[in-house]
Design a protein around this ligand. Structure first.
Ligand SMILES: *Cc1c(COP(=O)(O)O)cnc(C)c1O
Ligand SMILES: [Zn+2]
Length: 448
């Protein structure tokens, strides 16, 4: 079934034509210094019909044939055909539920609203989708005899958790650089538990990024940040899987939170690839949602992407996107232009509010998903998203990684935020009558 003839390689995004094999340790173009992206032999993929690919992917989906049951590796020919199956490091990525946000949609006036639960995964964020590809390629290179003693990343929390887990599963040393005091306790404990060499540096994410780039440039340590475009290839399966889950029907809108902007680029690439192969006949519109406190893409969007100016990111509840100088800026602008995309921003209060509203309808949202939901509310209110359009919101992490934020919301401890939907335990003595009376009163209250 699997043919070795499918090929992929690194190519400079500037169009200068420089290419490298995927098993070379390289992150930037040697000629012009621009970022690299993974390119596929489209002609080889086009030898098969769109129906062939759809049926093959459906047949593998969540099955048990190694490694194709993983929804990333189930699309291996379009992701990373260069890795031998025995070197794949997989934890059955993807295949996450699309939650039908029936009640929330009804509240805001969109009847066909869905939330793609990418945080329901091994380490609790979509970062697993890309990390499985990157760490598999490292294992392949090590098997080929390349000297790669370790893999490193800078992280706002979720990338390091994914890197640590995949490296631990493969027996490869992992090094993570975190901004001290800026990641949640669950995010900090994940790499520690998985045995990663963990540095907490007195800086922000952008500062950690600078250090990891210097270290990986001078030692043989492999860089796992999303400027390494292998990760984009895995993340791009989000869009393929989304369409697959709707029987290969394309939604009208996809809303996704963005920080370093690798994920929105990946999402766009997935749709553009499917279109090129004839698997879909139209493209959805994409909204990249940013926190107002870390909004360089939004500011550039206001100027029709003619200028881009990095910002110093301010503190935001959406800590994983507190990034002022996104590495994938060019890639993101390219896909947003190709897909008639928009950029929206959300204030801290809008983020907290959106999370609380969504949670009341059965979700358990992380603050980044809150950024995307807040953007959704605004686009619907402005009439840009129409009531009958199918909208998919990408949820990027599991809410359980951000319980501190949620608890503080309900305890009214978030500065500058009025918790309109706070819900706290009712403290009563263990007395039957008192409990019954209060119980009946509360049922009446919540049933209104
Ligand atoms: C990494 C991350 C993002 C942002 O993705 P980028 O590719 O950096 O734009 C959003 N939400 C969560 C939970 C993340 O971990
Ligand atoms: Zn180049």
């Amino acid at each position: 079934m699997y043919r070795k003839s499918y090929r992929a390689w690194f190519e400079c995004i500037s169009g200068c034509g420089t290419t490298y094999p995927l098993n070379e340790v390289v992150y930037r173009c040697g000629k012009c210094g621009d970022l690299l992206e993974v390119r596929h032999d489209i002609e080889a993929l086009k030898q098969k019909s769109p129906t062939y690919w759809a049926e093959l992917f459906d047949q593998r989906y969540k099955g048990n044939e190694w490694p194709y049951g993983s929804a990333v590796w189930g699309k291996k020919e379009m992701v990373c055909p260069n890795v031998a199956n025995e070197n794949v490091v997989s934890m059955y990525e993807g295949g996450s539920n699309v939650f039908w946000a029936d009640r929330l949609g009804h509240e805001i006036g969109v009847e066909d609203l869905w939330v793609k639960q990418c945080g329901n995964s091994h380490t609790g964020s979509f970062k697993d989708l890309g990390m499985t590809v990157l760490v598999s390629m490292v294992r392949q290179m090590r098997a080929e005899g390349k000297n790669i003693p370790a893999v490193a990343c800078a992280s706002t929390g979720d990338t390091s958790a994914a890197l640590a887990a995949y490296c631990a599963a493969a027996g490869i040393p992992a090094i993570v650089f975190l901004p001290r005091g800026k990641v949640s306790i669950p995010q900090l404990i994940q790499p520690l538990a998985n045995g990663a060499i963990t540095f907490a540096l007195d800086t922000d994410f952008d500062g950690c990024m600078k250090i990891v780039q210097e270290i990986t440039a001078k030692e043989n340590i492999y860089l796992a940040n999303s400027m390494n475009s292998l990760r984009i290839e895995g993340q791009k399966t989000i869009s393929i899987e989304l369409v697959q889950q709707f029987e290969w029907e394309v939604p009208d809108w996809v809303i996704i939170p963005g920080g370093n902007l690798g994920n929105v680029s990946a999402l766009g690439n997935g749709f553009l690839l499917m279109k090129e192969l004839g698997m879909i006949s139209k493209l959805p519109r994409v909204c990249c949602a940013q926190a107002e406190n870390a909004n360089p893409l939004y500011l550039s969007y206001l100027k029709e992407f003619m200028h881009f100016q990095p910002v110093t990111a301010k503190k935001t509840l959406a800590s994983a996107i507190q990034i002022g100088n996104p590495v994938s800026i060019k890639k993101a602008i390219r896909v947003l232009r190709a897909m008639n995309g928009v950029v929206e921003q959300a204030s801290e209060e809008e983020i907290a509010d959106a999370c609380a509203r969504a949670d009341r309808t059965g979700l358990f949202t992380c603050p980044h998903t809150g950024v995307a939901l807040a953007a959704l509310f605004k686009l619907v209110a402005r009439g840009i998203i129409k009531p009958d359009e199918r909208v998919i919101v990408i949820s990027t992490a599991h809410g359980l990684k951000f319980t501190d934020f949620k608890l503080k919301y309900h305890q009214n401890q978030l500065e500058g935020i009025t918790p309109r939907l706070a819900n706290l335990p009712i403290e009563l003595p263990a007395d039957f009558n008192a409990v019954r009376d209060r119980c009946l009163k509360e049922i009446e209250r919540v049933s209104k």
